[in-house]
Design a protein. Sequence first.
Length: 409
Amino acid sequence: MISRRKVIKSISAIPFLGFLGASGISTAAAMTGLYPMDVKKTSIKRDYFKELGVRTFINAAGTYTALTASLMPKEVIESIHYASHHYVSLDELQEKVGARIASMLRCEDALVSSGAFSAIVYATAASMTGKDQEKIKQLPDDLRGIKDEIIIQKAHRFGYDRAVRNCGGKLVEVETKQDLENAVNEKTAMMFFFNDANNRGKIKDKEFVELGKKHNIPTFNDCAADVPPVENLWKYTGMGFDMVAFSGGKGLEGPQSAGLLLGRKDLIEAARLNMPPRANLGRGMKVNKEEVLAMLIALELFLERDHEKQWEIWENEIRYIQQSVADIRGITTEMYVPEIANHVPSLRIVFDNSITRHSPREIKEALVKGKPSIEVANATENALHLTTWMMDKGEEKIVARRLAEELRE
Ligand SMILES: *Cc1c(COP(=O)(O)O)cnc(C)c1O
Protein backbone atom coordinates (compact mmCIF):
# COMPACT_ATOMS: atom_id res chain seq x y z
CA MET A 1 0.00 0.00 0.00
CA ILE A 2 1.33 3.44 -0.84
CA SER A 3 1.68 5.59 2.20
CA ARG A 4 -0.41 8.70 2.54
CA ARG A 5 2.59 10.94 2.51
CA LYS A 6 3.80 9.47 -0.75
CA VAL A 7 0.41 9.98 -2.34
CA ILE A 8 0.29 13.58 -1.19
CA LYS A 9 3.81 14.12 -2.43
CA SER A 10 3.19 12.64 -5.84
CA ILE A 11 0.08 14.69 -6.35
CA SER A 12 1.83 17.87 -5.28
CA ALA A 13 3.92 17.32 -8.34
CA ILE A 14 0.99 17.76 -10.67
CA PRO A 15 0.33 21.34 -11.72
CA PHE A 16 -3.32 22.03 -10.90
CA LEU A 17 -3.33 22.02 -7.14
CA GLY A 18 -6.70 23.63 -6.61
CA PHE A 19 -7.91 25.71 -3.74
CA LEU A 20 -6.51 23.94 -0.74
CA GLY A 21 -3.11 22.92 -1.87
CA ALA A 22 -1.91 19.44 -1.05
CA SER A 23 0.53 20.17 1.67
CA GLY A 24 -0.34 17.46 4.11
CA ILE A 25 -3.10 17.05 6.59
CA SER A 26 -2.24 19.08 9.68
CA THR A 27 -4.17 22.14 8.54
CA ALA A 28 -6.90 24.10 10.29
CA ALA A 29 -9.52 22.15 8.37
CA ALA A 30 -8.07 18.94 9.70
CA MET A 31 -8.09 20.23 13.27
CA THR A 32 -11.76 21.19 13.21
CA GLY A 33 -12.88 17.82 11.97
CA LEU A 34 -13.79 18.86 8.44
CA TYR A 35 -12.24 15.66 7.21
CA PRO A 36 -12.82 12.23 8.75
CA MET A 37 -9.18 11.23 8.27
CA ASP A 38 -6.44 11.75 10.77
CA VAL A 39 -7.16 8.09 11.34
CA LYS A 40 -4.71 7.25 8.60
CA LYS A 41 -2.06 9.37 10.26
CA THR A 42 -1.35 6.98 13.06
CA SER A 43 1.64 5.65 14.86
CA ILE A 44 0.62 2.05 14.20
CA LYS A 45 3.47 0.27 12.51
CA ARG A 46 1.80 -2.92 11.36
CA ASP A 47 -0.15 -2.80 8.13
CA TYR A 48 -2.86 -5.25 9.16
CA PHE A 49 -4.95 -5.05 6.02
CA LYS A 50 -1.92 -5.51 3.83
CA GLU A 51 -0.93 -8.56 5.86
CA LEU A 52 -4.38 -9.98 5.25
CA GLY A 53 -4.39 -9.04 1.61
CA VAL A 54 -7.48 -6.91 2.21
CA ARG A 55 -7.86 -4.12 -0.34
CA THR A 56 -8.18 -0.57 0.99
CA PHE A 57 -9.40 2.21 -1.26
CA ILE A 58 -10.32 5.84 -1.66
CA ASN A 59 -14.02 6.17 -0.90
CA ALA A 60 -15.61 8.29 -3.62
CA ALA A 61 -18.83 6.33 -3.21
CA GLY A 62 -20.35 7.73 -0.02
CA THR A 63 -21.62 5.96 3.09
CA TYR A 64 -22.17 2.44 1.77
CA THR A 65 -22.30 -0.14 4.56
CA ALA A 66 -20.68 -2.74 2.29
CA LEU A 67 -17.72 -0.37 1.85
CA THR A 68 -17.59 0.33 5.61
CA ALA A 69 -19.28 3.71 5.08
CA SER A 70 -17.25 6.31 6.99
CA LEU A 71 -14.07 6.90 8.97
CA MET A 72 -14.14 8.09 12.55
CA PRO A 73 -12.38 11.36 13.42
CA LYS A 74 -9.34 11.18 15.67
CA GLU A 75 -11.24 12.37 18.78
CA VAL A 76 -13.75 9.57 18.33
CA ILE A 77 -10.98 6.97 18.11
CA GLU A 78 -9.47 8.50 21.24
CA SER A 79 -12.74 8.06 23.11
CA ILE A 80 -12.76 4.38 22.12
CA HIS A 81 -9.23 4.07 23.40
CA TYR A 82 -10.21 5.80 26.65
CA ALA A 83 -13.27 3.61 27.24
CA SER A 84 -11.29 0.46 26.61
CA HIS A 85 -9.34 1.16 29.80
CA HIS A 86 -12.34 1.22 32.16
CA TYR A 87 -15.16 -0.97 33.42
CA VAL A 88 -18.59 0.64 33.71
CA SER A 89 -22.19 -0.52 34.12
CA LEU A 90 -23.59 -0.84 30.61
CA ASP A 91 -27.06 0.32 31.71
CA GLU A 92 -25.69 3.35 33.54
CA LEU A 93 -23.58 4.33 30.55
CA GLN A 94 -26.50 3.97 28.13
CA GLU A 95 -28.76 6.03 30.40
CA LYS A 96 -26.28 8.86 30.92
CA VAL A 97 -25.16 8.98 27.30
CA GLY A 98 -28.83 8.84 26.27
CA ALA A 99 -29.70 11.79 28.53
CA ARG A 100 -26.73 13.79 27.18
CA ILE A 101 -27.68 13.05 23.57
CA ALA A 102 -31.29 13.99 24.28
CA SER A 103 -30.27 17.37 25.67
CA MET A 104 -27.96 18.00 22.70
CA LEU A 105 -30.64 17.03 20.19
CA ARG A 106 -33.62 18.61 21.94
CA CYS A 107 -35.61 15.41 22.39
CA GLU A 108 -36.94 13.64 25.50
CA ASP A 109 -34.62 10.68 25.54
CA ALA A 110 -32.24 8.67 23.37
CA LEU A 111 -30.37 5.39 23.20
CA VAL A 112 -27.40 4.11 21.25
CA SER A 113 -28.34 1.10 19.17
CA SER A 114 -26.12 -1.08 17.02
CA GLY A 115 -26.94 0.82 13.83
CA ALA A 116 -30.13 2.33 12.48
CA PHE A 117 -31.42 -1.14 11.64
CA SER A 118 -31.42 -2.12 15.29
CA ALA A 119 -32.97 1.25 16.15
CA ILE A 120 -35.91 0.19 13.95
CA VAL A 121 -36.04 -3.13 15.80
CA TYR A 122 -36.09 -1.36 19.18
CA ALA A 123 -38.70 1.18 18.08
CA THR A 124 -40.94 -1.63 16.90
CA ALA A 125 -40.32 -3.76 19.98
CA ALA A 126 -41.01 -0.80 22.29
CA SER A 127 -44.29 -0.11 20.51
CA MET A 128 -45.30 -3.76 20.74
CA THR A 129 -44.32 -4.48 24.35
CA GLY A 130 -44.30 -1.18 26.20
CA LYS A 131 -42.67 -1.87 29.58
CA ASP A 132 -44.55 -5.15 30.09
CA GLN A 133 -41.96 -7.74 31.13
CA GLU A 134 -44.12 -10.66 30.01
CA LYS A 135 -44.55 -9.23 26.53
CA ILE A 136 -40.83 -8.48 26.32
CA LYS A 137 -40.19 -12.17 27.02
CA GLN A 138 -42.76 -13.22 24.42
CA LEU A 139 -41.12 -11.51 21.41
CA PRO A 140 -40.75 -12.37 18.61
CA ASP A 141 -42.79 -15.55 18.25
CA ASP A 142 -45.49 -15.55 20.93
CA LEU A 143 -47.75 -12.64 20.05
CA ARG A 144 -50.72 -13.45 22.30
CA GLY A 145 -52.09 -10.21 23.70
CA ILE A 146 -49.51 -8.15 21.82
CA LYS A 147 -50.29 -5.43 19.28
CA ASP A 148 -48.38 -6.62 16.25
CA GLU A 149 -49.51 -4.53 13.26
CA ILE A 150 -47.25 -1.80 11.91
CA ILE A 151 -48.80 0.50 9.35
CA ILE A 152 -46.61 1.63 6.47
CA GLN A 153 -47.35 3.42 3.20
CA LYS A 154 -46.85 1.19 0.17
CA ALA A 155 -44.40 3.72 -1.32
CA HIS A 156 -42.36 3.57 1.89
CA ARG A 157 -41.64 -0.16 1.72
CA PHE A 158 -37.87 -0.78 1.48
CA GLY A 159 -35.31 -3.43 2.33
CA TYR A 160 -34.69 -2.45 5.93
CA ASP A 161 -38.36 -2.57 6.91
CA ARG A 162 -37.65 -6.24 7.56
CA ALA A 163 -36.41 -5.00 10.96
CA VAL A 164 -40.11 -4.83 11.88
CA ARG A 165 -40.51 -8.54 11.07
CA ASN A 166 -37.51 -9.36 13.30
CA CYS A 167 -39.81 -8.45 16.21
CA GLY A 168 -42.68 -10.53 14.90
CA GLY A 169 -44.37 -7.36 13.63
CA LYS A 170 -46.64 -7.48 10.58
CA LEU A 171 -46.44 -4.69 8.04
CA VAL A 172 -49.84 -3.41 6.93
CA GLU A 173 -49.64 -1.45 3.68
CA VAL A 174 -51.76 1.61 3.02
CA GLU A 175 -51.77 4.29 0.34
CA THR A 176 -54.25 7.05 1.18
CA LYS A 177 -55.16 8.78 4.40
CA GLN A 178 -58.52 6.98 4.25
CA ASP A 179 -56.72 3.59 3.88
CA LEU A 180 -54.64 4.41 6.92
CA GLU A 181 -57.62 5.38 9.04
CA ASN A 182 -59.40 2.18 7.98
CA ALA A 183 -56.32 0.11 8.83
CA VAL A 184 -56.07 1.37 12.40
CA ASN A 185 -57.46 -1.16 14.89
CA GLU A 186 -56.77 -2.51 18.37
CA LYS A 187 -53.81 -4.54 17.02
CA THR A 188 -52.00 -1.47 15.60
CA ALA A 189 -48.67 -1.01 17.41
CA MET A 190 -46.87 1.65 15.38
CA MET A 191 -46.90 3.74 12.21
CA PHE A 192 -43.66 3.48 10.22
CA PHE A 193 -42.36 6.34 8.05
CA PHE A 194 -39.33 6.16 5.73
CA ASN A 195 -38.07 9.74 5.57
CA ASP A 196 -36.40 9.47 2.15
CA ALA A 197 -39.75 8.35 0.68
CA ASN A 198 -41.58 11.48 1.86
CA ASN A 199 -42.18 12.68 -1.70
CA ARG A 200 -43.21 9.25 -2.95
CA GLY A 201 -46.00 8.53 -0.48
CA LYS A 202 -49.44 10.17 -0.56
CA ILE A 203 -49.29 10.99 3.17
CA LYS A 204 -46.49 13.45 3.93
CA ASP A 205 -44.54 13.65 7.20
CA LYS A 206 -46.63 16.28 9.03
CA GLU A 207 -49.93 14.67 8.16
CA PHE A 208 -48.55 11.26 9.15
CA VAL A 209 -47.65 12.62 12.58
CA GLU A 210 -51.12 14.19 12.96
CA LEU A 211 -52.77 10.88 12.11
CA GLY A 212 -50.62 9.11 14.69
CA LYS A 213 -51.65 11.61 17.35
CA LYS A 214 -55.30 11.48 16.35
CA HIS A 215 -55.38 7.68 16.77
CA ASN A 216 -52.92 7.61 19.66
CA ILE A 217 -50.43 5.38 17.82
CA PRO A 218 -46.65 5.92 18.10
CA THR A 219 -45.05 7.18 14.89
CA PHE A 220 -41.52 6.26 13.87
CA ASN A 221 -39.33 7.91 11.21
CA ASP A 222 -36.28 6.21 9.70
CA CYS A 223 -33.83 9.05 8.93
CA ALA A 224 -30.75 6.79 8.87
CA ALA A 225 -28.95 8.49 5.99
CA ASP A 226 -30.44 11.95 6.43
CA VAL A 227 -27.63 14.07 7.88
CA PRO A 228 -26.52 16.50 6.60
CA PRO A 229 -28.25 18.83 7.15
CA VAL A 230 -27.49 18.89 10.86
CA GLU A 231 -30.95 20.30 11.70
CA ASN A 232 -32.53 16.98 10.77
CA LEU A 233 -31.23 15.67 14.09
CA TRP A 234 -34.02 17.63 15.82
CA LYS A 235 -36.38 18.47 12.96
CA TYR A 236 -38.41 15.25 13.00
CA THR A 237 -38.71 14.76 16.75
CA GLY A 238 -39.69 18.45 16.78
CA MET A 239 -42.32 17.75 14.13
CA GLY A 240 -43.88 15.28 16.52
CA PHE A 241 -42.59 11.86 15.47
CA ASP A 242 -42.52 9.75 18.64
CA MET A 243 -39.29 8.01 17.61
CA VAL A 244 -36.61 8.82 15.04
CA ALA A 245 -33.60 6.75 13.98
CA PHE A 246 -30.22 7.79 12.59
CA SER A 247 -27.28 5.72 11.51
CA GLY A 248 -24.22 6.35 13.66
CA GLY A 249 -21.62 5.58 11.06
CA LYS A 250 -22.91 7.43 8.01
CA GLY A 251 -22.97 11.23 7.98
CA LEU A 252 -22.34 11.35 11.73
CA GLU A 253 -18.98 9.59 11.34
CA GLY A 254 -19.38 7.63 14.53
CA PRO A 255 -18.88 3.87 14.87
CA GLN A 256 -20.29 2.03 11.86
CA SER A 257 -22.00 -0.41 14.19
CA ALA A 258 -23.76 2.28 16.20
CA GLY A 259 -26.97 4.18 15.66
CA LEU A 260 -29.39 6.49 17.45
CA LEU A 261 -32.96 6.08 18.52
CA LEU A 262 -34.39 9.40 19.68
CA GLY A 263 -37.79 10.16 21.06
CA ARG A 264 -40.47 9.93 23.68
CA LYS A 265 -39.25 9.00 27.14
CA ASP A 266 -41.70 6.17 27.82
CA LEU A 267 -40.94 4.56 24.46
CA ILE A 268 -37.17 4.86 24.81
CA GLU A 269 -37.47 3.31 28.29
CA ALA A 270 -39.50 0.46 26.81
CA ALA A 271 -36.90 0.08 24.06
CA ARG A 272 -34.13 -0.16 26.67
CA LEU A 273 -35.91 -3.05 28.35
CA ASN A 274 -35.61 -4.93 25.06
CA MET A 275 -31.85 -4.27 24.96
CA PRO A 276 -28.78 -6.07 26.32
CA PRO A 277 -27.47 -6.91 28.86
CA ARG A 278 -30.84 -8.65 29.44
CA ALA A 279 -31.32 -11.87 27.48
CA ASN A 280 -34.12 -10.61 25.26
CA LEU A 281 -34.87 -9.71 21.67
CA GLY A 282 -31.94 -7.30 21.41
CA ARG A 283 -29.32 -9.45 23.12
CA GLY A 284 -27.51 -10.14 19.86
CA MET A 285 -27.32 -6.43 19.02
CA LYS A 286 -25.02 -5.45 21.84
CA VAL A 287 -23.19 -2.13 21.64
CA ASN A 288 -20.01 -2.16 23.69
CA LYS A 289 -19.04 0.70 25.98
CA GLU A 290 -16.43 1.97 23.55
CA GLU A 291 -19.02 2.51 20.84
CA VAL A 292 -21.66 3.95 23.15
CA LEU A 293 -19.19 6.62 24.23
CA ALA A 294 -17.77 7.09 20.74
CA MET A 295 -21.28 7.72 19.38
CA LEU A 296 -21.69 10.59 21.81
CA ILE A 297 -18.31 12.06 20.97
CA ALA A 298 -18.96 11.75 17.23
CA LEU A 299 -22.20 13.61 17.73
CA GLU A 300 -20.48 16.38 19.72
CA LEU A 301 -17.92 16.83 16.97
CA PHE A 302 -20.57 16.82 14.30
CA LEU A 303 -22.58 19.52 16.08
CA GLU A 304 -19.49 21.68 16.55
CA ARG A 305 -18.45 21.49 12.93
CA ASP A 306 -18.65 24.48 10.60
CA HIS A 307 -21.22 22.93 8.27
CA GLU A 308 -21.20 25.81 5.78
CA LYS A 309 -17.44 25.65 5.42
CA GLN A 310 -17.67 21.88 5.08
CA TRP A 311 -20.22 22.23 2.28
CA GLU A 312 -17.98 24.69 0.45
CA ILE A 313 -15.07 22.27 0.65
CA TRP A 314 -17.15 19.46 -0.80
CA GLU A 315 -18.36 21.69 -3.65
CA ASN A 316 -14.83 22.81 -4.42
CA GLU A 317 -13.63 19.21 -4.51
CA ILE A 318 -16.42 18.26 -6.91
CA ARG A 319 -15.59 21.27 -9.10
CA TYR A 320 -11.93 20.25 -9.15
CA ILE A 321 -12.90 16.83 -10.48
CA GLN A 322 -15.28 18.39 -13.01
CA GLN A 323 -12.54 20.67 -14.34
CA SER A 324 -10.11 17.80 -14.64
CA VAL A 325 -12.36 15.94 -17.05
CA ALA A 326 -14.01 18.95 -18.70
CA ASP A 327 -12.20 18.65 -22.03
CA ILE A 328 -12.78 14.93 -22.53
CA ARG A 329 -14.96 14.14 -25.55
CA GLY A 330 -18.17 12.19 -25.04
CA ILE A 331 -18.81 13.07 -21.41
CA THR A 332 -20.57 15.86 -19.58
CA THR A 333 -20.65 16.44 -15.85
CA GLU A 334 -23.21 17.82 -13.46
CA MET A 335 -23.02 18.60 -9.76
CA TYR A 336 -26.21 17.66 -7.92
CA VAL A 337 -27.46 17.19 -4.37
CA PRO A 338 -29.86 14.33 -3.55
CA GLU A 339 -32.88 15.84 -1.85
CA ILE A 340 -33.19 13.84 1.38
CA ALA A 341 -30.86 10.88 1.97
CA ASN A 342 -27.16 11.44 1.18
CA HIS A 343 -27.85 15.16 0.91
CA VAL A 344 -24.32 16.20 -0.13
CA PRO A 345 -22.67 17.63 -3.26
CA SER A 346 -22.37 14.78 -5.73
CA LEU A 347 -21.14 14.39 -9.29
CA ARG A 348 -22.91 12.77 -12.21
CA ILE A 349 -20.71 12.01 -15.20
CA VAL A 350 -22.94 11.41 -18.21
CA PHE A 351 -21.56 9.34 -21.07
CA ASP A 352 -22.45 9.69 -24.73
CA ASN A 353 -22.04 6.00 -25.44
CA SER A 354 -21.75 6.63 -29.20
CA ILE A 355 -18.49 8.53 -28.57
CA THR A 356 -16.94 6.96 -25.47
CA ARG A 357 -15.07 3.70 -25.83
CA HIS A 358 -15.84 2.38 -22.36
CA SER A 359 -19.14 2.19 -20.51
CA PRO A 360 -19.62 3.74 -17.06
CA ARG A 361 -19.52 0.24 -15.56
CA GLU A 362 -16.18 -0.49 -17.21
CA ILE A 363 -14.74 2.77 -15.91
CA LYS A 364 -16.03 1.99 -12.42
CA GLU A 365 -14.31 -1.38 -12.54
CA ALA A 366 -11.06 0.09 -13.87
CA LEU A 367 -11.01 2.54 -10.96
CA VAL A 368 -11.45 -0.28 -8.47
CA LYS A 369 -8.63 -2.22 -10.07
CA GLY A 370 -6.30 0.78 -10.39
CA LYS A 371 -3.68 2.03 -8.00
CA PRO A 372 -4.75 3.37 -5.62
CA SER A 373 -8.06 1.56 -5.77
CA ILE A 374 -11.04 3.92 -5.93
CA GLU A 375 -14.68 3.11 -5.25
CA VAL A 376 -17.28 5.37 -6.83
CA ALA A 377 -21.04 5.17 -6.25
CA ASN A 378 -23.33 3.52 -8.77
CA ALA A 379 -22.75 3.20 -12.50
CA THR A 380 -25.79 3.05 -14.79
CA GLU A 381 -26.03 2.50 -18.60
CA ASN A 382 -24.91 6.04 -19.26
CA ALA A 383 -23.73 7.64 -16.04
CA LEU A 384 -21.25 7.32 -13.23
CA HIS A 385 -21.92 8.85 -9.80
CA LEU A 386 -19.51 9.84 -7.09
CA THR A 387 -19.13 12.13 -4.10
CA THR A 388 -16.15 13.53 -2.20
CA TRP A 389 -18.20 13.41 1.05
CA MET A 390 -16.24 10.56 2.62
CA MET A 391 -12.88 11.37 1.06
CA ASP A 392 -9.77 12.50 2.83
CA LYS A 393 -8.04 15.80 2.19
CA GLY A 394 -6.32 15.86 -1.18
CA GLU A 395 -7.89 12.64 -2.41
CA GLU A 396 -10.06 14.53 -4.90
CA LYS A 397 -6.88 15.18 -6.85
CA ILE A 398 -6.08 11.50 -7.07
CA VAL A 399 -9.64 10.69 -8.08
CA ALA A 400 -9.60 13.45 -10.71
CA ARG A 401 -6.33 12.20 -12.18
CA ARG A 402 -7.42 8.55 -12.28
CA LEU A 403 -10.80 9.43 -13.77
CA ALA A 404 -9.18 11.55 -16.48
CA GLU A 405 -6.72 8.75 -17.28
CA GLU A 406 -9.45 6.15 -17.63
CA LEU A 407 -11.83 8.40 -19.54
CA ARG A 408 -9.08 9.43 -21.99
CA GLU A 409 -8.24 5.77 -22.67
C1 LIG B 1 -28.29 2.71 6.14
C2 LIG B 1 -29.74 2.66 6.45
C3 LIG B 1 -30.23 1.81 7.45
C4 LIG B 1 -29.34 0.90 8.23
O1 LIG B 1 -28.43 1.64 8.97
P1 LIG B 1 -27.27 0.94 9.85
O2 LIG B 1 -26.79 2.04 10.72
O3 LIG B 1 -26.26 0.46 8.88
O4 LIG B 1 -27.92 -0.18 10.59
C5 LIG B 1 -31.58 1.83 7.73
N1 LIG B 1 -32.41 2.65 7.04
C6 LIG B 1 -31.98 3.46 6.06
C7 LIG B 1 -32.94 4.35 5.37
C8 LIG B 1 -30.63 3.49 5.72
O5 LIG B 1 -30.19 4.32 4.77
